[in-house]
Design a binder for this molecule. Structure first.
Ligand code: EPZ
Length: 419
């Protein structure tokens, strides 16, 4: 198993390109199950999660061809059962239920297991399928959904912690082939949901209101093949902006979409960094004294929960007291204990982290627990004095394409070593 070793204190500069979005690619790859015709998807990032999704599609019978970031999928003849040993490795596999129900009027998919970032039920997904007329049964660790036909309906997908991203995707993918009109109230507005809706509309679907809280989906008889470019990864963008803030003297990110990361650039400007934006680049640079922040994670367009850990790393060396409140996954603080091993001063009070900025972090061996927590530990390692070794980096490879190589392009002294 690999680990990443970082020699801290090297200033970052220069530019790198941002990859396609993991959280957009996963549901879009699943959506290709909705047609027999070939679909070509470009800018699919090379990640273990996207590779898992392609394995699931192959397992369901789809033909899959891949040439670097371009994937062509033809789901001519498919099965509707996705067993445990195929889907257990990735929660997002749950988003094959919607397209299978839409196309085959049935699906059997293993129920997603536990997750270190917190409780992640799928009750809202199932509520949506039932609203469309599907019978839902959970038995033997599997979710079974089936319906002789699907009928458009009004369904509210807003839960205790706000809208559900993959729930909105799943119900949208089932509703595009339903008879009649579906209205999703309390829909997620994330750019990845909009990217999926744009892809489905290119396949011949009739979706309006993507990106708003109310989506209207008029069912159609069938969908056809198409081509699509995945949007830039806004969380990778945010992660590298924080890298440029925590250890940079001027870093530029290319192939970005500034609008998608506005809550992140606003936070960095507020904490004292200079941000320059052009059509498809964003630059971050120091701008004198930094200030502590109060941040609360929210559904898009609010500050993303997937950037909370990285901001903890940045604010751990920002003079003063910062307060972060995690509203989406209240227990999502696995990174805090590891940051404290590096000398950070963080107190957790339920969903809130109170961070007292310290002058210096110190390198240490630390353990990654999930995707974004591991990115935060790498960022802290860039700033820390001495050597930091992050183990279990397979978490990083789930969601970041060549993170260590891109950081080394920016001047970081970082290497991947065998554990
Ligand atoms: C997506 O997960 C992302 N994953 C997550 O990113 C991200 O953290 C999350 O949205 C929130 O932005 C992908 O897109 C593959 P949710 P998802 O359903 O859709 C509760 C990363 O790091 N909820 O929007 O699974 C849930 O417990 C990953 O890339 C219900 O109560 O998240 C949470 O508190 C991690 N019932 C809240 O809603 C449901 O049926 C939001 O979860 C569904 C969700």
């Amino acid at each position: 198993m690999d680990k990443i070793r970082i020699h801290g204190g090297r200033p970052l500069s220069g530019s790198i390109k941002i990859s396609g979005s993991k959280n957009s690619a996963l549901p879009i790859l699943a959506a290709t199950l909705l047609t027999r015709e070939p679909c070509t998807i470009r800018r699919v990032p090379d990640l273990s999660d996207t590779n898992y999704m392609l394995q699931i599609l192959k397992h369901l019978g789809a033909e899959v061809e891949r040439a670097s970031g371009t994937v062509t999928i033809a789901a001519v003849k498919i099965d509707s059962i996705a067993p445990y040993d195929v889907v257990r490795r990735m929660r997002a596999s749950v988003c094959v239920i919607g397209p299978l129900l839409g196309r085959c009027k049935e699906a059997t998919v293993s129920m997603p297991g536990g997750c270190v970032i917190g409780d992640r039920p799928i009750d809202l997904h199932l509520k949506g399928f039932e609203a469309l007329g599907a019978a839902v049964r959970v038995e033997g660790g599997n979710v079974k959904v089936f319906a002789p036909k699907l009928t458009g309906a009004v369904v509210n997908l807003r839960g205790k912690f706000g809208p559900t991203v993959l729930g909105t995707d799943n119900v949208m993918m089932a509703a595009v082939l339903a008879e009649g009109t579906t209205v999703i109230e309390g829909a997620a507005q994330e750019p990845e949901v909009v990217d999926l809706a744009n892809f489905l509309n290119k396949m011949g679907a009739k979706i309006e209101g993507a990106g708003t809280r109310r989506m209207i989906i008029e069912g159609v008889k069938e969908l056809h093949g198409t081509e699509h470019d995945i949007i830039p990864d806004r969380i990778e963008t945010g992660t590298f902006l924080v890298a440029g803030a925590i250890a940079g003297k001027g870093v530029t990110l290319k192939r970005t979409e500034a609008q998608h990361v506005q809550s992140i650039t606003d936070a960095l400007i507020k904490s004292g960094f200079k941000i320059d934006i052009t059509r498809d680049t964003i630059s971050v640079a120091p701008n004198g004294a930094t200030t502590p922040l109060e941040l609360t994670t929210e559904p898009y367009p609010g500050f993303p929960t997937d950037m909370q850990a990285q901001m903890c790393a940045l604010l751990s060396t920002t003079d003063g007291i910062s307060v972060i409140t995690e509203q989406i996954f209240p227990q999502r603080y696995m990174h805090v204990a590891e940051l404290k091993r590096m000398g950070a001063n963080v107190d957790l009070e339920g969903p809130t982290a109170v961070i007292k900025g310290v002058h210096q972090l110190h390198g240490a061996p630390v353990m990654a627990s999930d995707l974004r927590a591991s990115a935060a530990l790498v960022l802290a390692g860039l700033k820390a004095e001495g050597i930091t070794e992050v183990s279990r980096v397979y978490h990083i490879d789930r969601g970041y394409e060549h993170l260590d190589e891109k950081l080394s392009e920016l001047g970081a002294e970082i290497e991947r070593v065998k554990d």
